[in-house]
Design a protein around this ligand. Structure first.
Ligand code: HEC
Length: 368
């Protein structure tokens, strides 16, 4: 039965398939043999993709040997595409579905082979790109933009938003810029009513110094400077520039669970700027609707800050849920609640959200 399906697929993809050898025993065939028989007539024997003129359709074929592209997609997503066809992740239907011809296990073997075509191991595997939590900075270097927004749910009205832009350089490095904006209600000698303004713009750099797919771990070192662009008189921004240094760590736990941690220090570069130590921890797990559908990632974050010269620990808890919005799964939404847990005085419950675009995978309106 399977063999018949496979032959149909081979016939369907045109004359170049004549060159491919159909393995007699699909269960024992290597990933490479299966690839050559079923994928190579479009993707090329070397994985770089055949010329458009040869395949006879408009869509450009990806280059599986290009690590900058190939390393970042988790194998499971590629198995989904190979099993269900391109549209399952918002790609063209010119990428056919092989679920009728090959089992998930066989396609898993093909994808393992395809993954091996990127040979530069400096690039961390996409599986280590764990879901982004609301506050804990992840270790994986990213190409993304994020719009964050949060609002006080009690006490004085306050609403903040920030635009975060992250760009990856090479396999391990990333630059980041964050532009915050705050609107709040003030009633003091100078103000009565709503005030708004730019907050402290921050620039950062990250470097993933360790990653290991076998153990499911990744770690980075980051540095950040926050410039005093905010209006301190309105309570939007600090008195002067601040420097921050931290470590981020991520670990895959069981199949779809993960743990991420971040710890570091922040110090003000101005008179009276206190040095603070901070630690953040997040636990979560991803579920999908059906075998290939939307992903749901509930997470819980613990945030701890303490002034280094004494003072007690300020703790927050942030339960949250990240959801993929489109079929390509590169537009994500996260919503949660920040719950002040110690030193509640003057600190209110906050609604926290973000909207994220992984822009390397396509524009905002692609892949819905
Ligand atoms: C009939 C030609 C054809 C065959 C055969 C084919 N593909 Fe594709 N594949 C495509 C096209 C075209 C695209 C690009 C789709 C797009 O960009 O919208 C694609 C895209 C992909 C992608 C998505 C890469 C990304 O951008 O994330 C994967 C993974 C993939 N193919 C795997 C396979 C595997 C594995 C096989 C064999 C089991 C296979 N393909 C066989 C035409 C084909």
């Amino acid at each position: 039965m399977r063999t018949i399906h496979l032959s149909l697929v081979l016939l369907a993809v045109g004359p170049t398939s004549a060159a491919a050898q159909r393995p007699a025993d699909l269960d024992r065939a290597s990933g490479q043999d299966l690839y050559l028989a079923t994928c190579a007539n479009c993707h090329g024997a070397d994985g770089t993709g055949l010329d458009r003129a040869l395949v006879g359709f408009e869509e450009a074929l990806p280059d599986f040997t290009d690590c900058r592209f190939a390393s970042r997609e988790p194998a499971a997503d590629w198995v989904a595409i190979a099993h269900q066809g391109g549209p399952i992740r918002g790609f063209s239907q010119m990428m056919p579905a092989f679920g009728g011809a090959l089992t998930e296990e066989q396609l898993g073997r093909v994808v393992d082979y395809v993954k091996s075509l990127c040979t530069d191991h400096a690039w961390p595997r996409g599986e280590l790109n764990l879901p982004r939590a609301m506050f804990t900075e992840k270790a994986f270097p990213e190409d993304e933009w994020v719009i964050e927004a949060d609002a006080a749910l009690e006490g004085d009205a306050e609403f903040s938003t920030a635009f975060v832009y992250e760009k990856r350089f090479g396999p391990r490095a990333q630059l980041e810029a964050k532009i915050p904006y705050t609107v709040k209600r003030l009633s003091d000698a100078a103000h009565d009513g709503f005030v708004g303004g730019l907050g402290d713009v921050a620039l950062g750099m990250k470097y993933a110094f360790h990653h290991d797919y076998a153990s499911g771990t990744i770690a980075s070192l980051s540095g950040e400077v926050a410039l005093p662009t905010g209006d301190e008189a309105k309570g939007i921004g600090a008195d002067g520039a601040k420097l921050e240094g931290f470590l981020s760590f991520g670990k895959i736990v069981a199949a779809d669970g993960f743990l991420q941690a971040q710890a570091g220090v922040e110090t003000g570069l101005y008179d009276g700027g206190e040095a603070e130590g901070f630690a953040r921890l997040v636990l979560g797990r991803t579920w999908t609707s059906g075998p290939w559908g939307r992903s749901w990632t509930p997470m819980v974050e613990v945030l701890a800050v303490r002034e280094l010269e004494g003072g007690s620990v300020v703790l927050d808890l942030v339960p949250q849920m990240q959801i993929s919005l489109n079929t390509r799964q590169h537009v994500l939404f996260n919503v949660g609640v920040l719950v002040p847990t110690t030193q509640r005085e003057g600190r209110s419950l906050r609604l926290v959200t973000y909207l994220l675009l992984d822009w390397f995978d396509g524009g905002f309106f692609e892949g819905w």
